[in-house]
Design a protein around this ligand. Structure first.
Ligand code: GSH
Length: 211
């Protein structure tokens, strides 16, 4: 394997892994996938901590670089491939503004799903996180009124990042049913060549993905 090949470390249950994985699938880029089993705590073992100090997934390795944090990885992939990058400098910054916002706000959707699916938490914890999670989904819906994509006239890393973090919302009891603009946007994403949902896209084992 050459240093030029993209290597993504992640997990099939992880929305943060899905985000760069979806980028690569939509871009039709070949890459290697290395699975990190979160259930068994592999992300906290020294070998993984050596590439991600935070003990999390995803990690992207490429050309001697090691990148962590899904939005940093999306930024890197857009810069190095030119794909899903906005057309103007203003819009390129705006796409990154959405990614920064999603890390604050849509993360609450991921938290609610996480508590729902993987842990038993005090209902008060759910009561705390659910309103900002629903508000984040409302924000996406409102922002898409009268437009096809979050930034500019085509799909960018803003769309991939925001959609990717909310993808497991149904596992947390949330939906786009009453959010028509967000629903139409999701359908546009789903119609793109290469699109797949996480459980169909992310392998459970190490894999070599062709273009
Ligand atoms: N802000 C980080 C969040 C990464 C994250 O929360 N990863 C989760 C999976 S979605 C993880 O590795 N959890 C295991 C753990 O924290 O031990 C990103 O966007 O990459």
């Amino acid at each position: 394997m050459t240093d030029d090949r993209l290597v993504l470390h992640g997990s099939f249950t992880s929305s943060s892994t899905y985000k760069p994985m979806l980028f690569l699938a939509l871009a039709g880029l070949p890459f290697s996938f290395r699975t990190v089993n979160l259930k068994y705590g592999v992300q906290k073992q020294p070998e993984h901590l050596a590439i991600n100090r935070y003990g999390q997934v995803p990690v992207l390795r490429h050309r001697g670089l090691t990148l962590v944090m899904s939005n940093v990885i999306l930024d890197y992939l857009a810069r190095t491939t030119g794909k899903f990058e906005a057309a103007t400098e203003q819009d390129r910054w705006r796409a990154r503004e959405w990614l920064s916002w999603e890390n604050d706000a849509i993360t609450n959707v991921a938290r609610v799903r996480h508590f729902h699916r993987f842990r038993t938490v005090d209902p008060a914890v759910m009561d705390f996180f659910r309103p900002p999670a629903e508000a984040a989904l409302d924000m996406i819906d409102k922002s898409l009124e009268g437009r096809q994509w979050l930034v500019g006239d085509s799909c960018t890393i803003a769309d991939i990042g925001c959609w990717g973090r909310m993808v497991f919302m149904a596992e947390g009891g949330m939906s786009l049913d009453a959010r028509p603009h967000a629903r139409a946007w999701r359908d546009r994403l789903m119609a793109m060549p290469g699109f797949a949902l996480p459980y169909d896209l992310i392998p459970k084992k190490d894999a070599e993905l062709p273009a």
